[in-house]
Ligand binder design. Structure first.
Ligand SMILES: [Zn+2]
Ligand SMILES: [Zn+2]
Length: 256
């Protein structure tokens, strides 16, 4: 337990850091941040609007007001899915797409906490939240880490775990790089990720319920392959949670 003097000096330290290195909104660059996120009030409102768009809780696709039921939506109802449920912050469009692009590709590495908080909150609100034993991030391969150093999902994952209050474990390894998924057609994406993931050494998953987390889902091919590997290692059920969903009924963007 810290003393009142400790709290004072910690508070003073934060104030000084904010004066020396003022944090600005990750989307528009303005100062005056909302508590808990690296966004100003206006951009927070933009993200809240993205969060309010209805989506299929089975596959994550955006649906109309009556488009999704517990059995899925027109895009997924007839399909066998490796995941038992899906949640997301929003659709990959508008302000949320800008935020994700900045985080992944435009030097917005400081936005890890902002993305993690948004996704952690989304997970904490799902009906299946109490079932989840552990979070697992979709991993990248070592070649990618060497090349770009920054991996968005790995960076946001600890913040998701803190916000949702769930443990985060390294359950999966990506063993082979292969072509990047960007720009590949759906059938090629499924083929491209097949056999690329393996269970981390020493992991025992007997009966565990895992929530996979990723920054963006497009066709769901990567999440599907990770879910398949986790189930073969004994996981009972897999859920998925992403910051932005870009696939399904929407036009597939070329830059995710
Ligand atoms: Zn802003
Ligand atoms: Zn669906």
């Amino acid at each position: 337990m810290g003393t009142a003097a400790d709290s004072f000096w910690r508070y003073a330290g934060h104030c000084l850091a904010d004066v020396l290195f003022p944090r600005v909104c990750g989307l528009c660059g303005s100062s005056g941040l909302e508590p808990g996120v690296d966004l100003c009030a206006g951009c927070r409102h933009t993200i809240d609007r993205a969060r309010a768009v209805a989506f299929c809780t089975r596959c994550g696709t955006t649906v109309g007001p009556f488009g999704g039921t517990k059995d899925g939506c027109p895009a997924c109802r007839a399909a066998h899915l490796p995941t038992a449920g899906f949640t997301r912050v929003g659709e990959f469009s508008g302000g949320l797409a800008d935020l994700v692009r900045m985080f992944k590709f435009r030097g917005g590495e400081h936005l890890d906490r902002c993305h993690g908080d948004l996704l952690g909150r989304a997970i904490a609100q799902v009906p299946w939240f109490d079932e989840v034993d552990v979070l697992a991030a979709v991993p990248t391969c070592w070649q990618h880490r060497l090349r770009r150093r920054f991996h968005a999902t790995s960076a946001l994952a600890p913040h998701v775990a803190r916000r949702a209050g769930l443990p985060l474990l390294t359950l999966l390894r990506r063993t082979k790089g292969g072509r990047h998924q960007v720009g590949l057609p759906k059938a090629d994406r499924i083929e491209n990720v097949k056999g690329k993931f393996t269970i981390s050494r020493g992991v025992a998953l007997a009966g565990a319920v895992v929530c996979l987390i990723d920054d963006v889902a497009t066709t769901g091919a990567t999440i599907g392959e990770c879910a398949r590997v986790l189930k073969r290692a004994g996981a009972r059920r897999i859920y998925a949670a992403v910051v932005a969903h870009a696939g399904g009924l929407m036009q597939t963007p070329s830059d995710v």
